[in-house]
Design a protein around this ligand. Structure first.
Ligand code: HDE
Length: 692
């Protein structure tokens, strides 16, 4: 058969396939149609199963191998598709096509993850969130593999395995999952004070985000942008959520992890399904080597950030996540990111942490995905043409045509051949390097505390209080007193005396005077380090629980639902059972869920629409607890009814986000503002009186 005939024949078979998408028939993995998927082949109805049963074998053999090694860190994650659009004018900084062609929507796939826990761990743990984006550009895949925190724990890649061992569940009993509140983590960070700055971030509200739509992203390391004239600029990448940044309170986080361990994953999925597509602006702090040389920190040190007061963020474009994956394993689990995946116009720096990462990711993919052909998996495959001389390997998908698998060659007219000068190819920035070969840490990396202090002092009072409480909570879980003491005296004391004193008091320890003094005494405040600098612009996708009983006013319930819909928010009606309730005028009010099944921690505000005088509500423990918990977690509350004594019954203090009214529409604007603000931080003292 000629080659052409053979191809035609193959196409004919494909088109003859009976697998039409509407009426698919179950088959074996080789396409043999299956008649009975309920019973294995056996000798007589009660006899042994026959080895001959190729369908059973095909099914079990595949099933037995369904799991692949989970990621050694960032095992739990959620992914989504979307696109990136560049703003005009970036050619000043870079020649990267996807950053300079503002006409093209570059497809992206993002994966957001926790670090410490395994694949099945809970979402709302105190942890860093990984935030990776794969840009399928016309010049190859570019991966931005960052975190929601702008700095890192360590300065050199050689320490990464030690750090990860220490933060992961302890070696002897694999406890605790998804948390840093244990001896080995605090032992490590107190013995490696380069972690001081990052630890203040992990103890801050950044590590307990409300949802994954409301986190910032950072490239952490310094990278390079290179323009068409081969001029190079140093950059720090930032991506900022249009939704604003939002956190949970600690008690809420603890409860969420039990009541809905998939809270973040579900929220992202639901938002995308509803068409409330999360959006981020990608920007960069762009500076020169000369500028960097003037600063009192080293931009190659990943435990340091560049305060925006020194270099503001230049917006480069925006990206939107607008499509959920079709299959979790095929896409979110098999996606393979690497900081080494770059395109012309972007380059690395000598950050010693980044340099190690350039090796580690490909190495881990070889183990996790089991073949050097992992880039042929659909989610990892470039969308631009690619022509390599790589051949063979496990699970190779390509059937190459032609003879040449080497370059240069004369058998296939020397194709694929090297790019010429006028074809944009990747070239490394020709940085001049001289010096001796040494295992050494640069002197310019020696200050471990100035920016920890800068971070702490730049936060609002409530954020600082949360950091103090987080250190106290975590250290109270540490068994070894010497580790607790070391953290207080050698990690916290040099950062801030008041912080160290508070934590020491909570743990019954003494604060020794800091042995190390922060060398930078003129600490400035850097405003963008506080979550308060990123308020939500609206109440889109915020969820309101509407608690009802029989006798509730149907007109009010409908008005709230309509109002929420107009504001792109979600109002869900919750009752003692899932059955519809009878309104005061004998109508049926449809119910979205049971109060017991849809806890307050999964909503952003609570409204009570009860019968006259809150009669039913007053005697319903579940409903009362619902409102008290909403109050404790500082979220807005609306009580619709005519009895002001309800405040006394609940034993709460009325404040600017607790509304009692007969007429919902009369407080709609204030309520909207309160939901947008999300938490009433001024309520924190009063909320302490409410039992957890
Ligand atoms: Fe990673 N990191 N990392 N990391 N990292 C991995 O790669 C590593 C670091 C980050 O959604 C692993 O595919 C080393 C910094 C994210 O699939 C592994 C060092 C930052 C993800 C690895 C670091 C990150 C990973 C595990 C120090 C923020 C999830 C599985 C030198 C800028 C990617 C994998 C995804 C994953 C190594 C430090 C972010 C083992 C050696 C700093 C977001 O290769």
């Amino acid at each position: 058969m000629s080659k052409q005939n053979k191809n035609e024949k193959i196409q004919q078979f494909e088109s003859e396939s009976y697998v039409d998408p509407q009426h698919q028939i179950l088959t074996t993995s080789l396409g043999v149609a299956v008649k009975d998927n309920q019973n294995s082949l056996r000798a007589d109805s009660r006899g042994p199963t026959l080895l001959e049963d190729f369908f059973l074998r095909d099914k079990l053999i595949h099933f037995d191998r369904e799991r692949i090694p989970e990621r050694v860190v960032h095992a739990r994650g959620v992914g989504a598709h979307g696109y990136f659009e560049a703003y005009p004018g970036n050619e000043k900084w870079t020649k990267a096509h996807f950053l300079t062609n503002s006409e093209r929507k570059t497809p992206i796939f993002a994966r957001i993850s926790t670090v410490q826990g395994g694949r099945g761990s809970a979402d709302v743990v105190r942890d860093v969130r990984g935030f990776s984006i794969k840009f399928y550009t016309q010049e190859g895949n570019y991966d931005l593999v960052g975190n929601n925190i702008p700095v890192f724990f360590i300065q050199d890649a050689i320490k990464f395995p030690d750090f990860v061992h220490a933060v992961k569940p302890e070696d002897h009993n694999e406890i605790p999952t998804g948390q840093s509140a244990h001896d080995t983590f605090w032992d490590f960070v107190s013995l490696n004070t380069e972690a001081a700055h990052m630890t203040t971030w992990v103890m801050s509200d950044r590590a307990i985000p409300r949802n994954l739509r409301s986190i910032q992203g950072f490239g952490v390391h310094t990278f390079r942008l290179i323009n068409a004239k081969n001029e190079a600029f140093l950059v720090k990448f930032h991506w900022t959520p249009k939704q604003g940044v939002a956190q949970v309170v600690w008690d809420e986080a603890l409860k969420l992890n039990g009541k809905d361990p998939d809270f973040h994953r579900r929220d992202l999925w639901d938002a995308i399904e509803r068409g409330n597509y999360p959006e981020w602006e990608l920007g960069a702090q762009i500076f020169t080597e000369e500028q960097a040389a003037e600063w009192d920190f080293d931009v190659l040190d990943p435990t340091k950030l560049v305060p925006e007061e020194l270099v503001p963020v230049t917006p480069l474009g925006k990206f939107i996540l607008n499509r959920n994956p079709d299959e979790f394993f095929a896409e979110t689990e098999q996606v393979a990111f690497s900081p080494a995946n770059i395109v012309p116009g972007i380059d690395f720096s000598n950050d010693p942490l980044l340099q190690g990462r350039l090796f580690s990711y490909t190495d881990t993919h070889l183990h996790r995905l089991g073949t050097p052909n992992f880039n042929q998996i659909p989610i990892n495959k470039p969308v631009c043409p690619f022509h390599t001389n790589r051949r063979g390997g496990f699970a190779n998908q390509h059937i190459h045509k032609g003879k040449a698998n080497y370059e240069p060659n004369s058998v296939d007219s020397n194709y694929p051949r090297e790019a010429t000068e006028d074809q944009q190819a990747f070239t490394s920035y020709p940085e001049r390097i001289e010096g001796s070969k040494l295992r050494i840490r640069a002197e310019s990396f020696a200050d471990h505390f100035s920016q920890a202090t800068l971070h702490y002092r730049s936060l609002s009072t409530h954020e600082q209080q949360h950091i103090k409480d987080a250190y106290a909570f975590e250290l109270s879980k540490v068994q070894a007193e010497e580790i607790r003491q070391r953290v207080v005296s050698e990690l916290l004391s040099p950062i801030d005396q008041d912080l160290a004193q508070y934590v020491a008091n909570e743990l019954g320890l003494n604060v020794e005077k800091a042995k190390v003094k922060s060398p930078n005494s003129e600490i400035i405040i850097s405003k963008k380090l506080s979550i308060d600098a990123f308020p939500a612009p609206d109440i889109a996708q915020r969820k309101i629980a509407v608690l009802v009983h029989n006798g509730a006013n149907a007109t009010t319930v409908n008005a709230i639902k309509k109002w929420a819909e107009q504001n792109n928010a979600i109002a869900e009606v919750l009752a003692p059972s899932a059955a519809p309730v009878k309104s005061s005028d004998d109508q049926e009010i449809a119910v979205n869920g049971r109060q017991n099944g849809e806890p307050s921690v999964t909503y952003d505000a609570t409204v009570v629409v009860d019968g006259h005088n809150f009669d039913k509500f007053k005697s319903d423990g579940v409903a009362k607890h619902y409102v008290l918990e909403t109050y404790k977690h500082l979220k807005p509350i609306v009580l619709i009814g005519d009895k002001s004594q309800i405040i006394e019954i609940l034993n709460i203090k009325q404040d600017e986000s607790v509304f009692i009214t007969d007429d919902f529409l009369s407080i709609q604007n204030e309520f909207k503002q309160a939901i947008q603000q999300h938490r009433n931080w001024d309520r924190e003292e009063a909320a302490k009186e409410i039992p957890a």
